[in-house]
Structures are given as structure tokens and as C-alpha cells.
Design a protein around this ligand. Structure first.
Ligand SMILES: [Zn+2]
Length: 351
């Protein structure tokens, strides 16, 4: 039986650039293997802003929001993905999607692309799919969602971006392979780029250079492990073994590919919005033995590793400071206005 007798409060996205509507929503009985969560903290992800501003289409009415942490209210699932018992009151993070593990694509190792993918914060809010977005008081985690218990000792603003920002970078790092003694460039120094600097800094790279047009963002990257920051790639002669590209900007990607050393790899992370096609020299890629990789979302192990990383290194890198402004959940429209008109790493919502 559901132990929560109150209704949830949700913020409903109807159409781009219109205020989110705050309404009550009944909390239904949860099904086998589902978990009812009381949301404790959410951060507004850049993709929420893309949806809100109409740059990305999304079903409506829906509840946006997917960078979340929450407390278990009721669990019909025994354990999290580390095998730890799930109980009421546990603080958890969970993957941005639920998938069918028997799906052919999931079986190939790409659960985030399985045919029956259910992507939280991007689905219609209906009786069939209730409470599946982060900008609400409650959330229902569906079967086959990766769940990790997290410590309550760390600041919530540090923990909230684990399941989107940090897990995605874990995926990029997994694709890039061994960083030992490698010359690394991180391109784009929003929260994804800073996460990449920090996570790579623990992997014995030879050095990490960081690239962004914004001087303040360049300077910030030094607190997250970059050895040198650049506003123009041509300022130095260096070629790179591994480049993590988070800006998604076509010109930046072309310039980065041009700076790959023999055998160098580039992982594209930021190209999740429409940009002009890039122009590359296939001959140069072949002769230089280069590899171009893409990562979109992540796999269960990436979320587990991201959770472990933030838990271990939160103090060293001060992820808490990347939430530059906080609003109460009921003031979500103010929070969106602020996030749309200020270039923040993250805006946080307290619940
Ligand atoms: Zn996100």
C-alpha cells in the first residue's frame, strides 16, 4: 500500500516560452519493481532550457526535469544497482531513462537507445505515465531504471547533476579508454566540461588543456583540474591524444579534429542540438589513424561510476558551487526566467 496520502504538486509544461502551470496530481499506487520518491533537489539542465525555449520538441502536457535526487517513500524493488537494500528514507539518484533489457539494441550494449526507451522529463504526463519528471514534489521510478543509493552527508546541489552531467562524462571517458600519460583537451567549459576536467584529473593524464571562448570559464577550469586554459586552440602548437568535446559548436569541433595527434581520439558529447554539418578531411583522419566517437546519454555502469566519483571527490572539486542560484520549487517560473537570461552552470530547485 502507498504510505503517502498527500497529492503530489507538479509543474506542467504546455508549450514553449509559457509559464509552467503548478497543479496537484494524485499519487497512484505504484507497480511491481517501481519506486515512489519524494524529490529533494533538482537542477535545471541545459536540455530543459532547450525544451522550454522551443529549440527541442517535447510532448505536452509534461513534467520537465531529469537532474534529480530524491528520498524513497515506498519501494517495490528490493535493491539498488549496487545490490544495496532499498528502504523508505534512502537518498537515491537514478538514470534518466528506463529501458527493456531484452531489447535487441539494449543487448548490444546501448540500453539508452533501446526501442521501448522511456526518457524521464520528456514524456507526456498522463494516467498511464504519471509523475515521470523532476519538476514536481514526487516521482515514480519505473522498472529497469538504474538506481544508486547516495550518502546524505554531501550537499544536495553536488549530488543532483550526477545522473545527467557526471554520468554522461563517465560514458565519454569509458569510450575514450586509457588516459594514462595522454595529452588531453577538454573543449567547452560548461558543467560538462568541468566535470570532464575533474574526472580526467584522477586518471594520470600527462596534462589537461581546457578550451572555451569565455575567460571566466577558462579560469574556473583550473579549480577542476585543468593545467592550462585556452580561448583559442591555435595559441599553442600542441596536438592531443584525447579530446572531449562538450560545446557542440561545429567550428569548435572542426578545430579540435585538426588538433588530434597520430592515433588521437575525439569524443563528441555536446552535439545534442542542431548545428551546421562539419567539414573534415577524411584523408587526414585515415593517415593520422584518428577516431571520432559520439556518446549520447549513458549506460548503467556510467551512473554507478559517476555516483562513486562525486561521492569520493566532492570536496576536492567543489561541485556545490556550480549551482549558482537556488529557488524554491514553487518559484520554478522565476528559476527558469533566471536560467534563461543568465549564463549559469546550473540553477537549483529546493523541495
Ligand atoms: Zn540533462
Amino acid at each position: 500500500m502507498c504510505t503517502n496520502n498527500t497529492d503530489a504538486i507538479i509543474s506542467v509544461f504546455h508549450e514553449p516560452n509559457k509559464h509552467l502551470e503548478i497543479v496537484e496530481n494524485k499519487i497512484p499506487e505504484i507497480n511491481e519493481n517501481e519506486v515512489l520518491v519524494k524529490i529533494k533537489y533538482t537542477t535545471i539542465c541545459t536540455s530543459d532550457l532547450h525544451t522550454f525555449s522551443g529549440r527541442r520538441s517535447s510532448p505536452s502536457p509534461s513534467i520537465l526535469g531529469h537532474e534529480i535526487i530524491g528520498e524513497v517513500v515506498e519501494s517495490k524493488r528490493k535493491t539498488d544497482d549496487n545490490g544495496l537494500t532499498l528502504e523508505s528514507g534512502d537518498l537515491i539518484t537514478w538514470s534518466v531513462y528506463a529501458y527493456d533489457p531484452n531489447d535487441e539494441i539494449a543487448q548490444k550494449g546501448f540500453p539508452q537507445k533501446s526501442k521501448s526507451l522511456f526518457k524521464y522529463g520528456h514524456v507526456e504526463n498522463s494516467e498511464k505515465t504519471p509523475l515521470n519528471g523532476g519538476f514536481a514534489t514526487h516521482f515514480i521510478i519505473r522498472e529497469h531504471t538504474t538506481i544508486c543509493k547516495i550518502t546524505k552527508d554531501l550537499p544536495f546541489p553536488s549530488l543532483s547533476p550526477i545522473n545527467c552531467t557526471h554520468a554522461t562524462i563517465q560514458g565519454a571517458i569509458r569510450l575514450a579508454g586509457d588516459f594514462n600519460n595522454k595529452k588531453v583537451l577538454v573543449s567547452g567549459l560548461g558543467i560538462l566540461g568541468l566535470s570532464a576536467c575533474a574526472q580526467i584529473n584522477e586518471k594520470n593524464a600527462s596534462f589537461i588543456n581546457a578550451l572555451d571562448l569565455d575567460k571566466n570559464r577558462c579560469n574556473k577550469s583550473h579549480d577542476f583540474g585543468s593545467n592550462k586554459s585556452l580561448i583559442n586552440l591555435d595559441d599553442i602548437e600542441t596536438k592531443y591524444d584525447i579530446i572531449i568535446e562538450t560545446s557542440g559548436n561545429s567550428k569548435a569541433i572542426e578545430n579540435c579534429i585538426d588538433k588530434l595527434d597520430i592515433g588521437g581520439k575525439i569524443v563528441l558529447v555536446g552535439s545534442v542540438y542542431t548545428q551546421p554539418n562539419i567539414s573534415i578531411s577524411a584523408e587526414k583522419i585515415v593517415r593520422n589513424l584518428n577516431v571520432i566517437l559520439g556518446i549520447h546519454n549513458y549506460t548503467p555502469i556510467d551512473l554507478i561510476n559517476a555516483t562513486n566519483f562525486v561521492t569520493e571527490f566532492n570536496q576536492k572539486y567543489n561541485f556545490e558551487n556550480l549551482v549558482e542560484k537556488e529557488f524554491k520549487f514553487e518559484n520554478i517560473n522565476q528559476a527558469f526566467e533566471y536560467a534563461m537570461s543568465n549564463k549559469c552552470y546550473r540553477v537549483g530547485l529546493t523541495h
